[in-house]
Design a protein around this ligand. Structure first.
Ligand code: CP
Ligand code: NVA
Length: 304
């Protein structure tokens, strides 16, 4: 079988996502009923982190263990990765000693170069441009609560960052709409979001207009990892882009609220919304575990 990577959301097609979601449901139910499922016995996942993480590390490490395999954590601080070893060389070596690699890094180009030199599948655990595992979990969470996302409207409020770009890709693959509202100067760069048209994508200067009638309202931190130097300026620029109760009121009556976490209450979202009844953020976080287990199973074993 040809090596399949998950570097961007559109590396998988609709049919493959349907398979992964179906496997997620089964894997999750096995986990919930304490049934052992060890299809990846003797397989090793290497996780490389160049940025901080709680959920991504935990969900991949726990997930691999629950599938019968093991995982190794590497970071730039105490490996040769931080001392200038070429990405290509690291990929050759790491992929000869493991079955699967997950990377959280800066530019997407780094992960592309790694994958081009890897003998095993590579998963994007977040880059400056994309966060495909997050949207995999988010869409599964939407489906669990509300059924198919096809034809629905997602309102993205705030920074046009890695998570936003990934929602835009997902909308094209799974046929739903994204309304995006960012402050001036922080708009989506269509080439980054890999947009081939604007069939699934609409821009709104007014964040309330973007949220109007939406089935899902979502946001993320105003300052992503790697952009900390811009924090003060961003706090000023994004002040009017908070998801609050007034915004949730103009969304659809049964709208959900999502946030990939970590969140800053009082900045991109009010405490009332993230801790309120429409928020499904804890399900989203938990589903990182179940969806990534299904993803790892698919990348290593195909359609079982
Ligand atoms: N949402 C997410 O990726 O969280 P971590 O940064 O904690 O991994
Ligand atoms: N956009 C955020 C997501 C963190 C999970 C970041 O890149 O820091």
């Amino acid at each position: 079988m040809a090596i399949k990577h998950f570097l961007q959301f559109n590396d998988l097609n609709r049919d493959e996502f349907e398979h992964v979601f179906e496997r997620t449901r089964w894997i999750k139910s096995q986990f919930k009923s304490y049934q052992r499922y060890w299809p990846l016995q003797d397989r090793t996942l290497v996780m490389i982190f160049e940025k901080a993480s709680t959920r991504t590390r935990l969900s991949f490490e726990a997930g691999m263990q629950q599938l019968g395999g093991s995982s190794i954590y590497l970071n730039t601080r105490d490996s040769q990765l931080g001392r200038g070893e070429p990405v290509e060389d690291a990929a050759q070596v790491i992929s000869r000693m493991s079955d699967l690699v997950m990377i959280r890094t800066y530019e997407q180009e780094i992960i592309e170069r790694f994958a081009a030199n890897s003998r095993v599948p590579v998963i994007n655990g977040l880059t400056n441009e994309y966060h495909p595992c997050q949207i995999l979990a988010d869409i599964f969470t939407y489906i669990e609560h509300r059924g198919s996302i096809k034809g629905k409207t997602v309102a993205w409020i705030g920074d046009s960052n890695n998570v936003c770009n990934t929602w835009l890709q997902a909308a094209e693959v799974l046929d739903f709409n994204v309304h995006v509202s960012t402050p001036p100067g922080y708009e989506v760069e269509p080439e980054r979001a890999n947009l081939y048209g604007n069939d699934h994508f609409e821009v709104f200067a007014d964040s309330m207009e973007a949220a109007k009638g939406a089935d899902l309202v979502t946001t993320d931190v105003w300052t992503s990892m790697g952009f900390e130097a811009e924090n003060e300026e961003r706090m000023r620029d994004f002040a009017d882009w908070q998801v609050d109760a007034d915004m949730m009121r103009v969304a659809a009556k049964d709208a959900l609220f999502m946030h990939c976490l970590p969140a800053h209450r009082g900045e991109e979202v009010s405490a009332e919304v993230i801790d309120g009844v429409q928020s499904v953020v804890w399900d989203e976080a938990e589903n990182r575990l179940h969806t990534q287990k299904a993803l790892m199973e698919y990348l290593l074993l195909g359609k079982v």
